[in-house]
Design a binder for this molecule. Structure first.
Ligand SMILES: [Mg+2]
Length: 225
């Protein structure tokens, strides 16, 4: 089958979320919360731990930090809202991914994003990377009411792009939501290893360096025929 579309996860696939979060927290601790220098590092580590790769709500994270670090000049709700408004200023891309995406676009592939997360928070993060225009469709779970790994969100992307699932490559870092999800939806899956998920046995292909991605996508056409 000829591959005609490439779909991407956002966090840790297009957006270097860990690095972006570290940059945000470094600024927040020192400049916004004015924590003593010796507390900053502990604050950053504690936030990252409580955040659990974005699994825990920011209101809950800040409620816990509020007591521990005596953030009494703010409320936990205000801090969560401030996070939502400010995080995108620190967004940075996963190395080489935007070049790879631009190259795929110039070769005529249709492109899309499927992200589990909040709307418009995720859309704003993509926009902060100046990447929105590269994609023909951007689906965020909160906005469309269905989440990966549900095949419905993968098939919705197919409808938007006017392609069938077997014409799609899906690129992501989460073995369950992204890779099992894409496989079950009938797509060719490309796994991007991260510190949290270093391996995934059920992926069709693994891509460690995004400079290799265009070649992986082109080869997928022969592997799926
Ligand atoms: Mg991800």
């Amino acid at each position: 089958m000829t591959i005609s579309a490439v779909l991407f996860d956002l966090d840790e696939t297009i957006l270097d979320r860990s690095r972006s979060l570290e940059l945000f927290l470094t600024w927040e601790a020192a400049e916004y919360l004015n924590l003593p220098l010796e507390e900053c590092e502990r604050y950053i580590e504690r936030f990252i731990d409580l955040d659990d790769n974005g699994q825990r709500s920011k209101s809950e994270v800040y409620s816990l930090l509020w007591n521990e670090f005596g953030l009494y000049e703010h409320t936990a709700e205000d801090l969560a809202a401030h996070y939502d408004d400010t995080f995108n200023r620190f967004c940075c891309e996963k190395r080489h991914i935007l070049d790879a995406i631009s190259l795929l676009r110039s070769k005529g592939y249709k492109l899309g994003v499927i992200s589990n997360g909040r709307s418009p928070f995720q859309e704003n993060n993509l926009a902060a990377l100046n990447a929105t225009e590269l994609f023909d469709t951007v689906l965020v779970s909160e906005a469309v009411g269905v989440r990966k790994p549900d095949p419905a969100i993968f098939h919705l992307a197919c409808t938007k792009l006017d392609v069938t699932a077997d014409q799609c490559v899906f690129v992501g870092d989460n073995p369950e939501a992204d890779i099992a999800g894409a496989n079950n939806a009938g797509m060719f899956s490309v796994f991007v290893p991260t510190r949290k998920y270093p391996a995934c046995a059920h992926a069709n292909k693994v891509c460690r360096d995004m400079r290799d991605l265009p070649g992986v996508v082109i080869d997928a056409s022969s592997e799926t025929s």
